[in-house]
Design a protein around this ligand. Sequence first.
Ligand SMILES: C[S@@+](CC[C@H](N)C(=O)[O-])C[C@H]1O[C@@H](n2cnc3c(N)ncnc32)[C@H](O)[C@@H]1O
Length: 285
Amino acid sequence: MKTQLANQGPTSVPEKFEEYQLTEFLELGHKLTGIQLDESKRSMLYARLTRRLRALRLSTFDEYLALLKSGNPEEIETFTNVVTTNLTYFFREPHHFEYLRDNVVPALIPPGKIAEPIRVWSAGCSSGEEPYSIAMAMLENPSCKPGSFRILCTDLNTEMILDTKNGEYREDSVRGLSSERSSKWFEAPANGKILAKQELREALICKKLNIFDSWPIRAGVHIIFCRNLLIYFSPDQQTKIVTGFAKLQRAGGYLFLGHSEAVKDVDKYYKRIGNTIFQRTSTKV
Ligand SMILES: C[S@@+](CC[C@H](N)C(=O)[O-])C[C@H]1O[C@@H](n2cnc3c(N)ncnc32)[C@H](O)[C@@H]1O
């Protein structure tokens, strides 16, 4: 479809959305992602969707809406990627990673004991800076060895999942990564990019997952990071997701939320052990 459309048709794009078009885009975006999209997204959507129109050589938003409504899977995936916000950076909310290295790792891997492999889930991992920061923080504790943990990295945005898998970042745009960590944990191939070292990349399992779909994840996840994703959802949706996390974790499991995510009912199943850090209690779900 893409190739066929790319070879024909006009390149000029409409100057603005008609109101009904914006409403349809917002509704479709909400249906596909669960994200509460509103009028404030107008200019972001306009910029991103006119780019799409040009790439497809379409001249009206109606044609683009028709393409989406036809159920074209490739375009639905692209549209879904367009409506997500992917801001992230290395060691965002640094106290989480310090707590992980200094408190969680020693609790889960007591020195001198053989522990079961630690299972971590980075839900809404974006382009991977979060799971790579988790891996670095864990390995910075000497009792944690490569191979002793796995990080499941999921996101709805397929481009982000690919970026996470690749583990390659532009050297001039990494935020939050100190030069010491960059040289310890990344290789610098000669293309202005840095590449996460094999021992980090092999700890990651990357999968596309809409948080509202069923989770093909075995219970017993030790650590869940779900940061700066729940803010996009309604309080009821947030509670449903956190209850789902509680079902996946045994007593003692850790949950890290974003700094502005005050989720109703989190205290039902978790006790607060730090700033936006929670530990699963034994209360049954
Ligand atoms: C702002 S980023 C947060 C990234 C990272 N956790 C952090 O705190 O830096 C939110 C991520 O959630 C993803 N996302 C949005 N809606 C989603 C959904 N319904 N299911 C799974 N991921 C979703 C977006 O694609 C985006 O990459």
